[in-house]
Design a protein. Structure first.
Length: 124
């Protein structure tokens, strides 16, 4: 079974309110899984929503610290590829498997992408 995320974490990752997510649920735009009284969303569904929203542009540059939710982790012998959902943004980072293990990075984990680059491209 896919990893499930709480509605508050989904709202944070998408950059929308919990009320918006409840409205989308009522409209059939998304379908939460109920666990007791809590609405939960599979990480695969969050990934779909992020791709759907990717076309919505902003007219400002993103800050260099982006809070988000880990939606995927691929590990091999030495490296790990970690994908974060940060509002409208999808951040992918390559790091050592050891670092990913030490940080406890798994789907559903809250994390912050800290971006340091000598070249930054800004698009409108």
């Amino acid at each position: 079974m896919a990893e499930l995320l709480r509605i508050g974490d989904v709202a944070k990752a998408l950059g929308v309110s919990i009320d918006t997510l409840r409205r989308w649920d009522a409209q059939g735009r998304i379908q939460f899984v109920r666990k007791g009284n809590q609405r939960m969303l599979p990480t695969s569904e969050l990934a779909r929503l992020l791709q759907e929203r990717r076309g919505i542009g902003r007219q400002s540059s993103a800050r260099n610290r982006l809070d988000g939710i880990v939606v995927a982790v691929e590990r091999d012998g030495v490296m790990a590829k970690v994908e974060l959902a940060c509002g409208d943004y999808r951040i992918v980072s390559l790091l050592s498997r050891e670092a990913a293990d030490e940080l406890g990075l798994e789907p559903g984990t809250a994390a912050t992408a800290i971006i340091k680059a000598t070249n930054v491209i800004i698009d409108r």
